[in-house]
Design a protein around this ligand. Structure first.
Ligand code: DGJ
Length: 750
């Protein structure tokens, strides 16, 4: 951080600036002690000595029919300061103090690359602390703490976690919609002079309103152009909006959506926002993804501080559902071990009275009929086959038909006089109540002590509604904080256990939960064609090693569509790989094929997990993604320390790239378009070889007769191709049938 002082002169107002520089971005804030600091800049890196010069007000006239007092965008704009945009704070004290303004601003001592401002409104009697940190991966983390300095209750309806300035050149906002089994559906909307807004009121992160978006400027591509992105690290309700301002720019506010009465601060109480993670890049949306992946890698709480190679899962859900029989499961474990699975996860159906989804949630001990000697015999069998044992739980939930609900009907979130609305036949426990949290901790602790469990799949299968706590006040926020506390308590007691965040598939994927867990279940949809889109969306923010990706059965249980095993495996392979099928039912050649894919994953996972991800589209429904390390850096560096610097593109283009090419629909062009690979070095050739195992002859369809001499060479030891050519003109592709994939490794030959 550097502080610059403009010399001023004449009528020009001198000004003081706080400037934070990242690797490729900078931000500049104009500070005075008597108001909230003004946003001056957030964008591509400025030279160290660069300064805006005159204070902002010295550069702006008073427009006709306007206040004489000019109020530009601040880091925390509020109504009481003559601001007509949306306020960063909606609050009142029994109908008073609705218009806040800050007459005092102190900068608190901080670390390099971090600025913390304490704003005081001695009329409305509140203070706000805004913290802004910019890391060396260009990720800006903002958070806000509001304190009631008065002597009566302060009702809060909105507190922005962060207020970001966007330049007027921004023209498109990219966000996600979706539903169960169809998360991360991309949508692009123009930015106009009307406000763009998204809200999530489902009480969990949600399938349909991921708490993040990116904003592009005209001409931005996957790899070039100025883009901005923001993500709220929070697993509950949220709101974001982008509002056009009269100087042609925009303000982007992001924070927690608060239900009426949810945040009432007694004198001296504080309300802390979740962290807002934001970034800008001149390297297009792939550059933005790189920054978010690096930020996430710093947050992930790996046991022992280091990520282990992501073990191959077998998850029992789509193999046996609720029909748990010890013999079947031990057979399944044998079959899984034989194809190379490393972690066997026993999904829903194992606990007391759980034979369908209408009963038993809350009764967290092994079903006496299915597991007369507890889970240890199965876990021991699994471990004897060299695999870890994992277990599914859904602690926040209770079925009305359960011993727990019969004993404690008052433990659910509820509002007196309102019907209890069920979702998947279940209700939500008020886990902010200490006795409820204690019960759940005791159940989980007992399970983890009784059996050698290395992994919990922590599920959460319904939205929150009538989420009343205690006297009936809204409890969404408390619920999220209580969840984090419960997970942390379990982790503190069992530090080696890894935890997956699952929520009917991908309804709880965010940096908030990933500060406490180690993987997400991306979607219940294992249809590989659908998965391509879901995973491409998730990869905009989430790094591949935490993205659960399973090879499911054909036909897929959620869509009824069938795809060749090679396509299903190639789509799952770049993520955290698993199998979600009854592998006993595969014939011998399919089992051998799946084993070959698992072996390939094991040989590549160190390269896939920890470096950069580039995505692109070739046209004619061919999409691709590449994983690699930048030239000049140690491979696998990300795995050594979560805080280590990873894949710094400043180190140069990539030496080694793993390329996944997916054809989604049948070709409409006679010849496939070439794939331009902008991440490659221009100064050398690459050895290019094809890695995907050859499918059995019967699966190849019309593909084999259409191979080219180049394709044959890539399969048969590889070919040497010029890096500059591949970057500029592109890699020629073979003719591929719909729903097929090829995987290539490109190695620089200096
Ligand atoms: C929803 C999850 O997303 C599935 O993977 C599975 O665990 C079921 N719940 C079990 O009820």
């Amino acid at each position: 951080m550097s502080v610059a002082r403009d010399a001023g002169g004449g009528g020009i107002q001198p000004a003081e600036y706080v400037t934070l520089h990242g690797r490729a971005s900078s931000l500049v804030i104009e500070v005075s002690g008597a108001e909230a600091p003004l946003w001056r800049y957030w964008g591509p890196r400025l030279p160290d000595a660069s300064s805006p010069g005159p204070g902002l007000r010295s550069t702006r006239h008073v427009p006709p029919s306007s206040l004489e007092f000019d109020q530009p965008l601040t880091i925390f704009p509020t109504f009481g300061a003559g601001w007509f945009g949306r306020s960063a704070l909606h609050a009142h004290r029994d109908g008073q103090a609705f218009a806040q303004a800050f007459g005092q601003c102190d900068q608190l001592p901080g670390e390099p690359r971090r600025a913390t401002f304490r704003l005081l409104d001695d009329v409305a009697r509140l203070s706000v602390t805004v913290d802004i940190a910019l890391d060396d991966h260009d990720v800006l983390t903002m958070s806000t703490v509001l304190r009631n300095e008065g002597d009566a209750v302060l009702d809060v309806g909105w507190l922005a976690a962060g207020v970001l300035p966007l330049p007027g050149a921004c023209d498109t906002v990219h966000s996600f919609y979706g539903q169960w089994s169809a998360e991360f559906q991309p949508q692009a909307e123009p930015l106009t002079r009307s406000t763009w807004e998204r809200q999530n009121r489902r009480g969990r992160t949600s399938h349909d309103t991921f708490p993040g978006a990116s904003v592009t400027t005209p001409g931005a591509t996957f790899d070039t152009g100025l883009v901005y992105g923001a993500h709220l690290g929070w697993s509950g309700n949220h709101e974001q909006f982008i509002e056009w301002l009269h100087d042609g720019g925009y303000q982007w506010q992001f924070g927690e959506w608060l239900a009426p009465g949810e945040a009432r601060l007694a004198p001296g109480e504080t309300l802390a926002s979740p962290p807002l993670h934001a970034s800008c890049s001149v390297e297009g949306r792939n550059g933005l993804a790189r920054n978010f992946h690096a930020a996430l890698r710093r947050l992930l709480p790996w046991p022992g501080g280091t990520m282990r190679p992501r073990p191959v899962h077998l998850n029992t859900w789509e193999a046996v559902y609720f029909d748990h029989r010890l013999d079947d499961l031990t057979d399944l474990a044998d079959a899984a071990a034989a194809i190379g699975v490393e972690r066997f996860v026993l999904d829903d159906g194992w606990f007391h009275g759980r034979h369908h989804d209408r009963a038993a949630l809350g009764d967290w001990w092994p079903d006496e009929g299915k597991y007369p000697h507890g889970l240890a015999p199965l876990a021991d069998h699994v471990r004897a086959r060299g695999m870890e044992f994992g277990l599914w739980v859904e602690p926040e939930m209770v079925n009305p038909d359960s011993d727990l609900f019969r004993a404690h009907p008052d433990w659910t979130l509820q509002i007196a006089g309102r019907p209890l609305l069920t979702g998947r036949n279940q209700l939500v426990l008020d886990i902010s109540r200490p006795e409820v949290a204690q019960y759940l901790f005791d159940c989980l602790d007992a399970l983890l002590r009784a059996t050698s469990i290395a992994y919990l799949k922590w599920d959460m299968n319904r939205d929150l509604t009538t989420a009343g706590v205690g006297s009936g006040a809204a409890g969404y926020r408390k619920q999220v904080l209580a969840l984090y506390a419960l997970i942390d308590r379990v982790r503190a007691a069992h530090p080696a256990v890894e935890i997956e965040s699952c929520s009917s598939g991908g309804a709880r994927i965010d940096f908030g939960v990933l500060r406490h867990t180690h993987r997400v279940w991306t979607s219940d949809c294992n249809d590989a064609l659908s998965r391509v889109a879901i995973q491409r969306g998730a990869l905009q923010f989430i790094s591949p090693e935490v993205m659960g990706a399973h090879v499911g059965p054909a036909p897929a249980h959620t869509t009824g569509r069938s795809q060749p095993l090679a396509f299903r495996a190639a789509v799952a392979l770049p993520g955290h790989l698993g199998v979600e099928a009854d592998v006993r039912r595969l014939d011998e050649s399919e089992r051998a094929e799946l084993a070959a894919w698992i072996a390939l994953y094991k040989s590549l996972r160190d390269r896939l997990h920890g470096g950069r991800v580039w995505q692109g589209e070739a046209g004619d429904s061919i999409v691709w993604q590449a994983h690699g390390e930048a030239h000049g850096e140690a491979r696998g560096e990300a795995r050594v320390e979560p805080s280590a610097s990873v894949s710094d593109p400043a180190a140069g283009p990539a030496d080694e790239v793993l390329l996944f090419v997916y054809r989604l629909q049948p070709p409409t062009f006679r010849y496939p378009p070439a794939i331009r690979l902008p991440m490659l070095r221009r100064d050398c050739a690459y050895r290019v070889e094809r890695l995907d195992p050859l499918p059995p002859a019967a699966d190849t369809g019309i593909h084999r007769p259409n191979t080219t001499p180049l394709d044959d060479a890539l399969r048969d030891g590889g070919a040497t191709l010029d890096g500059a050519w591949l970057a500029a003109a592109g890699l020629p592709l073979p003719r591929m049938p719909a729903e097929s994939a090829i995987i290539l490794r490109l190695n620089a030959q200096p």
